[in-house]
Ligand binder design. Sequence first.
Ligand code: 4AD
Ligand code: MG
Length: 450
Amino acid sequence: MESRYKSYQYIENLSQAECKEVTLRGWVMNKTGKGKLQFIMLRDGTGVCQCVVFKPNVTEELFNDAKALTQESSVMITGNVRKEERAQGGYEIDVTGLKIMQLATDYPITPKDHGDAFLIEHRHLWLRSSRQHAIMRIRASVIKAIRDFFDGNGFKLMDSPMFTPNACEGTSTLFETKYFDLGSAYLSQSGQLYAEATAMALGRVYTFGPAFRAERSKTRKHLTEFWMVEPEMAYFDLGDDMDLAEDLVEYIVQYVLKTNMTELLTLERDITKLEKIRRPFYRMSYSDAVQWLNDNRIPLRKKVDGKDVDIYPFPWGEDFGSIQEEAIMEQFDKPCIIHRYPADVKAFYMKEDPEDKRVVLAMDMLGPEKAGEIIGGSQREENYDVLLAKIKLHNLPEEAFQWYLDLRKFGGVPHSGFGLGVERVVKWITGASHIRETIPFPRMIYRIVP
Ligand code: 4AD
Ligand code: MG
């Protein structure tokens, strides 16, 4: 026997039910009415549909129930599907039956303008608003595109643990937690080190999960908990790594364009900008980028005695911040990969460039339209002695990395990988103004509720 839920009908499938009777299960977005007519804007998570109650066609009781409906009341509505070019979604329902599940009173988010603080405090309800709903549907597509891309290209999903005994991306942003009799554990900043181990077992893998960073940055691009996909590939060098990163980002953007046009229109996103996201992207070495900054008089901004000071020319060896990244990206309509950064500003595991010992085989992909860094990756150091020296240089606990060093002792090979931040990509694609709108329940320094 077929499961009953398979017969449930949804607004997104109304085109298959033209002139038929359907039952929709949803919530009232808003309602208007005059005389013998009531217009219910119903949302069911898949779309929005206008349901029309015409008094002569229904019982007195049903008409009164329709009149009593309030914003965000839950209802089941039965009616006939009618094509209506002017309606949102292209169809309307002529209501024949209506069952109120719960009448909502005083829903706090009304069509008037609410401040950001109010909305984020009501995140559990804000998710129902049309912009937030559209962003969440695109987020789901981005995640599906990522998984389809890797699953379809010979990669195996290998989950890395969230409790870890050591740092991966620098000790200053670790969240510490008690761990039974073993002392402290840390929430994972990245699944990469474990992905390197699984890549040596399975060849091409990806790990996909939350990452935790105790970052003090209160920017529009930082969360303390975010989702990251990290592919790791045995026998890939930096060039292969960059090619893969470009293929992935092209695939994600094109998938969203194919799947989420309704949502992109709701968000009033400039589609032509996304349509341009086709390989090849741009590439520039860090040293060339510094040259470009200096040719264009873009300074390094540093805090000196609490004041911002601009330093010209930009000193080679300093990391880029959003000022430099946004300036560089101003000229590009597609992402740009900056590669070969100074070793001092990057993580301990990155491989030194054999052609220039000052830099490592690292790459960051920056997005256009002020998207910032969406990907960070590198070729990994595969030499045991060099890696051990780096661990010591970075003052990392040697015992905790013994297993990681083993990977260089037993069949070490050149290998590479990268991490793509899901929320950064969703922010870019949707044009959301703040990263907190790109994850259902954002975690930031000053917010952990709801
Ligand atoms: O550049 P990151 O720190 O690289 C790593 O973690 C490597 N272990 C990845 C690897 O090679 N396997 O982070 C990767 C990406 C960034 O480019 C950014 O998109 C995102 O993760 N990211 C953040 N997103 C939101 N909030 C934060 N605080 C983020 N920090 C990094
Ligand atoms: Mg980075």
